[in-house]
Write a protein that binds this ligand. Structure first.
Ligand code: CDP
Ligand code: CDP
Length: 250
């Protein structure tokens, strides 16, 4: 059996990472791990327990939560979906509870970059992320986040860095959230996005950074289909090369 094929997808907020990863994983039969959802899940758990963020006690409490949480993923097609949206979904389970919707609220979004900047939290998540990527029963994994190509899976066979103009990203996120909540405000989303990008770029541990060997894809001008197509094509090429190499060597 060939080793697990790893695809790392990084980029700023709302650049299309999780949607792209979901489609790529679904088409290749790979597992999709949304690493941002993990930081969101821990943030949700802390908010539910009314932990005081930024206090010394609060931080050690959040670290404790991270050590004692189970986070699982499942990528499926929606069952009995009406309408034309046949997109695969990635469900997130926190301590066996489906929190896929709850981790996307503005409250979680506003606090997640703070939680993600705590070094000890990143250490705990890193171990979980590498654990998923090395599950023996899978052909491959698509993991998306901020530091996947640089820190979590530096040995990934394919690294992608997604970018897009901030206004375009904010508009896409706005359209996405408006489906669930009519009261969302575009300016607020744009402000959050820019604030989070700044925090993610400037933090000391594992900042958002393009790996030197990552392929940059700008989603401002490319459609989701085009991006997914390019990534599948690159993956197939790399897998064919690897298969030929192992034939030559055997
Ligand atoms: O979907 P969106 O781009 O808005 O965010 P996300 O991917 O769900 O990630 C939420 C937050 O988690 C980010 O703003 C980062 O602060 C943090 N994160 C991280 O620090 N490292 C990762 N590998 C993924 C996310
Ligand atoms: O995971 P991340 O925060 O990077 O972004 P996302 O949640 O996957 O994508 C944000 C929105 O942009 C979604 O509604 C996508 O369908 C949309 N999108 C797009 O319109 N064109 C692309 N090439 C990629 C994503």
């Amino acid at each position: 059996k060939l080793s697990i094929f790893k695809i790392a997808i990084d980029g700023p907020a709302a650049s299309g990472k999780s949607t792209t990863s979901r489609y790529v994983a679904h088409r290749l039969g790979f597992m999709h791990i949304d690493s941002g959802a993990m930081y969101r899940a821990i943030t949700l758990k802390a908010l539910r327990q009314n932990i005081k963020f930024e206090s010394h006690n609060g931080i050690s409490h959040i670290i404790n939560l991270a050590h004692n949480s189970s986070i699982q993923f499942a990528t499926t097609k929606p069952i009995g979906s009406s309408g034309g949206d046949n997109a695969p979904q990635t469900m997130v389970y926190l301590d066996d509870e489906d929190v896929s919707a709850d981790i996307r609220t503005m409250d979680v979004t506003r606090n997640v970059s703070f939680v993600a900047a705590i070094p000890e939290i990143r250490k705990v998540m890193l171990a979980k992320q590498r654990g998923y990527a090395n599950s023996t029963n899978i052909d491959g994994v698509v993991m998306d986040g901020r530091d996947i190509g640089t820190v979590v899976l530096p040995d990934a066979q394919l690294k992608i860095f997604l970018t897009a103009n901030a206004n375009v990203r904010a508009m896409r996120r706005y359209e996405q959230l408006k489906l669930k909540d009519k009261k969302v405000v575009f300016e607020e989303i744009l402000r959050d996005l820019e604030k989070r990008d700044k925090a993610d770029l400037e933090r000391k541990v594992s900042p958002l950074r393009k790996a030197i060997d990552a392929v940059v894809l700008d989603t401002t001008t490319l459609t989701l289909n085009e991006i997914v197509g390019k990534i599948i094509e690159m993956t197939n090429k790399l897998r064919n090369n690897a298969a030929q190499l192992s034939e030559v060597n055997s």
